[in-house]
Design a protein around this ligand. Structure first.
Ligand code: ADP
Length: 395
């Protein structure tokens, strides 16, 4: 009996042990798979976080604005690539003093203001470098931790030099236009006053002053037409009606229009363009280009000299047209500026000849609207040749 009980107990114990053992193995396996899953998830999160940090760092570096983050002691914590380019240092510059990297006391003064003000907005700094002056707009923000304690500062720098440059050009343009309009207007006004003061009674005076009024009214009309054309060209609103234009005939028409003017200066006009050269152009605009260049060649060329127009096929698809004179030439220092609005080498001479100072600016815009380019070859005393390129309708 005792043996049977013993056997039973033994069997029960065995079954219990086996069950316990199975349970334990299952528990261990579950624990193992839980640990595996946990480490897989952790690795995934770490990879995601690393990717996020990488993306944020790339974004930070690619920002157009220069960004500098300062720590509580005012040293650099982070600086992006744009900041490095603006101030000429190599980021990250971590741990370096702000002044050491930006080398501009006004930036340090902006940071000092953050002790009293939460932010400094749109503060503009002017840099006098080796080239043209540069302008930086600074926005600074004092950083605070959860308890409102100083946690450093964030500085964002925006390069507004181009904007300031454009503003200066616009202001100069407005001043130039006003000046150009005022000169003929005051001459017209003076002539009218003289006539009203009794001048009209004398037929000679009357004729002389009416002539002044006529010339300067004409000048104002030319100026306003050129200004309107230039503004259309510059706004990009110009619509070109491109068609094949035989260049020899186009140049001849313009030369015929200038025949009288050329004769008055004793300038002979030579058309050297081969008949076969055909450009792809807007005929009216091309006529303006040729008219401005031929007019200049007659005005600034040598009296009793010669002006010649020629053309040749360039690389496939392009034609180069040349307008050459044998005048005094353009000094090398003036050549880079010659296509600017109102730029003249000799102001008095240009105005005397009725020039608006806008002709070459118009030439450049029209040629560029056709996809071409303009260049000059000139030396003092050796005449001037203006070259411009046009699409070739024949190729
Ligand atoms: P403008 O109405 O004064 O002629 P442009 O824009 O046509 O204006 O020309 C600008 C300036 O370039 C002229 O005032 C002149 O000083 C110079 N220039 C233009 N063409 C010639 C040329 N063929 N030879 C010498 N100087 C020239």
């Amino acid at each position: 009996m005792g043996t049977a009980i013993d056997l039973f107990l033994l069997a029960a114990l065995g079954a219990f042990a086996a069950a316990w053992w199975r349970e334990r193995r299952a528990g261990a396996a579950a624990a193992r798979s839980y640990a595996d899953e946990f480490s897989r998830q952790r690795a995934r999160r770490e990879a995601e976080l690393a990717e996020q940090v990488r993306r944020t760092a790339a974004l930070f570096d690619r920002m157009v604005e220069g960004v500098v983050v300062l720590d509580t002691a005012g040293a650099v914590l982070h600086a992006n690539r744009s900041a490095g380019e603006l101030f000429g240092f190599s980021p990250p510059a971590t741990g370096r003093a702000l002044l050491e990297v930006v080398r501009h006391h006004e930036v340090a003064a902006v940071v000092a203001r953050l002790a009293r003000e939460p932010e400094v907005l749109d503060h503009e700094i002017r840099f006098e470098g080796s080239g043209a002056a540069r302008f930086l707009q600074v926005n600074a923000l004092a950083l605070r931790d959860g308890q409102g304690r100083n946690d450093g500062a964030l500085l964002v720098f925006h390069d507004v030099s181009r904007l300031r440059q454009l503003e200066a050009i616009r202001q100069e343009f407005v001043a130039n236009v006003s000046h150009e309009l005022r000169t003929p207007l005051s001459l017209i006004k003076g002539a009218v006053e003289t006539l009203l003061d009794g001048g009209k009674e004398d037929p000679v005076t009357l004729g002389r002053f009416l002539d002044i009024i006529d010339r300067h009214t004409e000048r104002l009309t030319l100026l306003i037409n050129d200004l309107l054309l230039l503004s259309t060209l510059e706004s990009g609103r110009i619509r070109l009606s491109l068609e094949p234009v035989p260049l020899r005939a186009a140049a001849q028409e313009v030369m015929d229009d200038f025949h009288e003017r050329a004769r008055a200066r004793g300038v002979s006009l030579v058309n050297d363009i081969p008949v076969a050269v055909v450009g792809k152009a807007d005929p009216d605009r091309l006529r303006q280009v040729l008219a401005n260049l031929i007019d200049n060649a007659i005005k600034y060329g040598r009296a009793d000299g010669a002006m010649a127009v020629s053309a040749r096929a360039l690389e496939p698809g392009w034609i180069e047209v040349a307008v050459a004179d044998d005048g005094a030439g353009i000094p090398p220092e003036a050549q880079p500026r010659i296509f600017e609005r109102f730029y003249r080498v000799d102001k008095a001479r240009s105005r005397d000849q009725g020039g608006t100072g806008l002709g070459l600016a118009i030439v450049k815009h029209v040629v560029q609207a056709h996809g071409g380019d303009v260049r000059i070859a000139s030396a003092p005393g050796e005449g001037t040749t203006f070259y411009f390129t046009l699409p070739n309708a024949g190729a």
